[in-house]
Design a protein around this ligand. Sequence first.
Ligand code: BGC
Length: 442
Amino acid sequence: MPEAIYQFPEGFLWGTATAAHQVEGHNTNNNWSAWEVEPGRIINGDKAGLACDWWNGRWEVDLQNAARDGQNAHRFSVEWSRVMPAPDRWDESALDQYRTMLKGMRRLGLTPVVTLHHFTDPLWIYEMGGWENEQTPIYFKKFVRKVVTAFKDEVKLWVTLNEPNGLVVNSYISGGFPPGKKDFKAAFRALKNLVRGHAAAYHAIHEIQPDAMASYALYYRGFFPKSNWSPLDALATRSLMGNVNEVFSNAIKDGQVKFALFKDFVREAVGSQDYVAIQYYSSDLVSFTPFNPGELFTRRRSPPGAEVSETGFIANVPDGMTQALKWARQFRKPIYITENGVDDSKDTLRPSYIAQHLHKVWQAANFNYQMKGYFHWSQVDNFEWERGWSQRFGLWGLNTQTQQRTRRRSADLYAAICKENGISLEAVRQFAPEVFEILFPS
Ligand code: BGC
């Protein structure tokens, strides 16, 4: 028996999350494969390339490690362009490959959570305008029907879209994702079609599999006003909450799609959510500025004192996890953390980041929030989109030349947590001593 432990609810899902393009390798028929060969798009000119070589079978290596380390679930995505290489063609062999992986997960004792869209579109969808085109949700629904029909006996938990709110901003406002636009009107068109696509997928899933659990995965950014007594900072914070965190969830609540100055209504989206999937990484302190209209008159910076990851991408702000969960609770549905993690090749920050964030998840569970699972991003280093291979999010490191995996200290910590279904004093003392006094004050 451990001396002291923050115990999680029975049946809690412990896993890691991955996405097709980031781990499979040899994805050559989607918008990202086209984007990666355009000069200047990806840091250092990196490409996903062979990635973690999952498509050749190395998924088994990583998921065996995951299972051995006490994980009981895994979230991954099915690549649309593999299953539907052309508008009028299915590739059954791709479905067979995913079936093999699903059976493998079951064998390893990992409950699968399947994402149906994780940032990538087939090239033929990209060429017809991607999510700006009203036909895209219709094609997406076809794809979803095919996948759910194929795997309804293997999978119960579905994620329709990964971070549609983040996707819209990255693709149409900041321009780091394809098609690299900076255009609010295009962003709104895409947002509306993503809402339609999600709703269509949600209803299709339930038609085929009435007892399925389906939702989209929300990118949640923590926002705190820089000054607690400035009404303008409060307004700026509220505006970011609305335009970043709530832009998609509002549409699911009442069908209202609103972004910047645009508005519309999608009736079929109302209530299309069986659980809440939160992806929380970091938070900002927000202040008002008249000089930054492109960012809705806000300025953001990392909260002072928060440790920042090696590429400056993520500030360690565990209170943001609490903010996210409080926000998620309003829906009165089961809550999963479907992503949380930090870029940290040397693994100096990750152990404390994991311990502190999970401590907040534990607190929520003990305030009777319906906390059902946690998926760390990620099992092994993988291709980080426009940041290429410059960021390392894995519990295990990856040498892309040799495909060799190297275990990090965080893997030991996370294994202890998964195996004990809790954060024990011993595990923190041994693997995250930096935060021992915070979690277990003497
Ligand atoms: C995305 C992942 C990504 C992670 C870290 C999330 O927003 O869903 O695909 O790898 O952030 O960058």
